[in-house]
Design a protein around this ligand. Structure first.
Ligand code: SF4
Length: 238
């Protein structure tokens, strides 16, 4: 099918309510060899690794390795690769992890740190792709509340697939239990959203699920999923 023959909103409407495997496979058919799942090892991403691997979907999997992940996260990376017999490719910056004589980068300027270690490696990877798959859900943050299962990513210039957009946290954990999906043991210690070790703390009962990310700062996103949605009416499928 010609990529330009169908508008993304129409496809998003048609796929809304379908299973994650159906959503991903439908888009993957349109972008053979040019679709990848971005895995940051949250429970949602582990579910999507499970979906892609069990359905044998032709979707590459990569992660952004900032060098600052928890030891438990690196161990989960290995467990997922072994369990599903897949490779999760590492994308990383050439910047040194620690610069002698300077405070650590997450203290100096966390936005610049995220930009160099996450956004720029992601931008380079997405430049070669036609579609990327993410684990974002509408109820995670106000910015994600309008996410569609398929949408045009205006910031990075490709199709963005959010197969779990309509899922709740309960649905994610039901899937984890049902299929015995490996997840990060830190979740059991109060870590809900898990990013880099220096910028992630557990959350207390009743706190916002992402309250543990960059605690004490106004920052709530690393910049991978902000400002990506095309304005209404803009042609999005090309
Ligand atoms: Fe740096 Fe923290 Fe962003 Fe990780 S989450 S890239 S350590 S600022």
């Amino acid at each position: 099918m010609n990529e330009g023959s169908e508008k993304i909103p129409r496809l998003a409407e048609a796929l809304d309510g379908k299973s994650p495997a159906e959503i991903i496979s439908t888009v993957a058919e349109r972008f053979p060899g040019r679709i990848a799942l971005a895995c940051s090892f949250g429970a949602e991403d582990c579910v999507l690794v499970d979906v892609v691997a069990r359905a044998r979907l032709a979707v590459d999997v990569f992660t952004l390795d900032t060098g600052f992940l928890f030891a438990e996260t690196y161990a989960l990376w290995t467990r997922l690769e072994e369990r599903y017999e897949i490779r999760i490719r590492s994308l990383k910056t050439d910047l040194p992890v620690v610069e002698p004589g300077l405070p650590p980068p997450w203290e100096r300027d966390p936005d610049a740190c995220c930009d160099a270690r996450k956004v720029q490696p992601l931008r380079a990877e997405l430049a070669r792709l036609g579609a990327w798959v993410t684990g974002i859900r509408r109820d995670q943050t106000p910015d994600r509340a309008n996410a569609h299962v398929v949408e045009w990513d205006a910031r990075f210039g490709l199709v963005k697939v959010n197969p779990l957009a309509a899922w709740t946290s309960e649905q994610v954990w039901d899937h984890v239990r049902r299929f015995d999906v490996p997840t990060n043991p830190l979740h059991a210690q109060g870590y809900v959203s898990i990013g880099c070790a220096p910028c992630t703390t557990p959350v207390k009962p009743g706190e916002d699920p992402r309250a543990g990310r960059w605690r004490g700062r106004e920052k709530t996103e690393c910049g991978l999923h902000t400002g990506t949605r095309a304005p209404p009416g803009e042609p999005r499928w090309r």
